[in-house]
Design a protein around this ligand. Structure first.
Ligand SMILES: Cc1cc2nc3c(=O)[nH]c(=O)nc-3n(C[C@H](O)[C@H](O)[C@H](O)COP(=O)(O)OP(=O)(O)OC[C@H]3O[C@@H](n4cnc5c(N)ncnc54)[C@H](O)[C@@H]3O)c2cc1C
Length: 405
């Protein structure tokens, strides 16, 4: 454990040696694993909990994402889930006693075709019926809300309006990671870095422990939270998950003066952008469309998103590209997460958040902790079971989740 990334100031979290057994072992030290451990320790009578991380905490999607937070999903099952998450975000800094710089600057989802206009309006009505803030803006109102958007009728895909969620925004992902790790560790959770799960000890179809690069660890219950690598983990337990893991890229420009006061997304043009506090423009695009576990993607996706960004925001023509990177996202067939039991007793899964799991960080941990503590789903994740791919009770969020994080 000599790599700098494994070290951390002791005031953030402890670095204990692995114990031989825990009541609950969580596999994956990203935001969802850490959030689950925090809520397990806080809300449930579980005495010993460990989070096992193959690399260092937050080496995966946790700090590779573009930090968009919103709750304007479409389906009856999804809306309460994402809305509870947004409510938890609203008090997360206070809850964790650590400022995660949650900034509700407002989030615009642009519509460029008649179909997108109809879809966005339907979402506005559905959201409002569920108590979620949502507004429809005409092009002139879009420009008033966010002056750098090009609302000219003469561009290739003119802006016909936008869905606005004023409570949407961004937070600082690295701070969320620090805050959750610190809070979980303070509640007694062992955070074990450099501890890769390489197999499961399964007896009579019940998991009783994990094999790791730091030895065997017995476990009462095991919760997978490996995001893009979850299919690899599940396969070690003999389970084939309906998940495709693909690269998703992002980029950031050099620091500019404040030019963008909101998060603006375009699903059709495959680009979304927000301006970080240091002035960098953070942008993302569509997924690379091949399965991969390497955290890098292909060049043409970056080229397409920059083309789209320049057409929509001509002012960005003077920005310089500073950095690009990729994470591996776990996409399910209906673009909704899978949270609950697996065919193996005492082995649970939380995956399939795909391109949109950052916003779900608090609620994902909250409901998964309940599921792990009780062995049964929370009412909010009952419908998000693995069995829906057998029953056909899918929760289709492709419109809300495919590109629009
Ligand atoms: C470029 C990009 C942009 C995104 N933008 C947004 C956005 O704007 N808004 C939004 O809501 N979501 C966004 N997402 C999605 C979001 O980042 C993810 O859905 C979410 O972070 C996944 O949860 P996590 O943080 O726990 O994942 P991760 O951080 O990937 O955690 C999984 C962890 O499991 C560990 N692991 C895997 N296998 C093993 C093993 N065998 N043993 C031990 N540990 C293991 C990994 O090392 C990793 O640290 C984006 C993702 C990317 C890549």
């Amino acid at each position: 454990m000599t790599e700098p990334a494994f070290q951390n100031p002791e005031f953030l979290w402890r670095n204990p040696e692995p114990k031989s057994a825990y009541d609950v072992v969580i596999v994956g030290g990203g935001l969802h694993g850490l959030s689950t451990a925090y809520y397990l320790a806080k809300n449930h009578d579980v005495k010993s909990i460990a989070v096992l991380e193959r690399g260092w905490l937050g080496n995966g999607n946790a700090v590779r994402n573009t930090t968009i937070i919103r709750s304007n999903y479409l389906r009856d099952e999804s809306m309460p889930l994402y809305e509870l998450s947004l409510k938890l975000w609203e008090s997360l800094s206070a809850e964790l006693e650590y400022d995660v710089l949650f900034d509700q600057r407002g989030l615009l989802q642009l519509a460029h075709t008649k179909t997108e206009v109809n879809d966005a309006r339907r979402t506005v009505y559905a959201n409002r019926l569920s108590g979620i803030d949502a507004e429809w803006l005409e092009p002139a109102e879009v420009q008033e809300f966010c002056p750098i958007v090009n609302v000219s009728r003469s561009i290739r895909y003119p802006v016909l309006g936008a869905l606005l969620q004023r409570r949407g925004g961004i937070a600082r992902h690295d701070l969320v990671m620090f805050a959750l790790a610190r809070a979980a560790s303070a509640k007694g959770v062992d955070l074990l870095q450099g501890c890769e799960v390489t197999g499961f000890d399964i007896r009579k179809n019940r998991v009783v422990g994990v094999e790791t690069s730091r030895g065997k660890i017995a476990a009462g219950r095991v919760g997978l939270a490996g995001a893009g690598r979850t299919p690899l983990l599940a396969r070690m337990a003999g389970i084939d998950l309906p998940i495709q893991s693909t690269p998703l890229q992002a980029l950031v420009s050099d620091g500019l003066e404040p030019v963008l006061n909101a998060v603006v997304m375009s699903g059709l043009l495959h680009v979304y952008v927000s301006q970080a506090r240091n002035g960098g423009l953070v942008m993302g695009a569509a997924r690379d469309n091949y399965v991969s576990y390497a955290q890098r993607g292909s060049f043409q996706i970056l080229e397409w998103q920059i083309q789209a960004a320049l057409e929509l925001y001509p002012v960005l023509g003077r920005a310089h590209l500073l950095r690009t990177w990729a994470g591996i996202v776990d996409v399910s067939p209906d673009a909704s997460p899978i949270i609950g039991r697996t065919p193996v007793e005492s082995l649970f899964v939380n995956c399939g958040w795909g391109t949109g799991g950052f916003k779900a960080t608090p609620v994902s941990g909250f409901i998964y902790a309940h599921t792990l503590a009780h062995g049964e789903p929370h009412e909010l994740n009952r419908a998000f079971s693995l069995s829906r791919f057998e029953t056909g009770a899918l929760i289709d969020e492709h419109g809300a989740a495919a590109v629009a994080h």
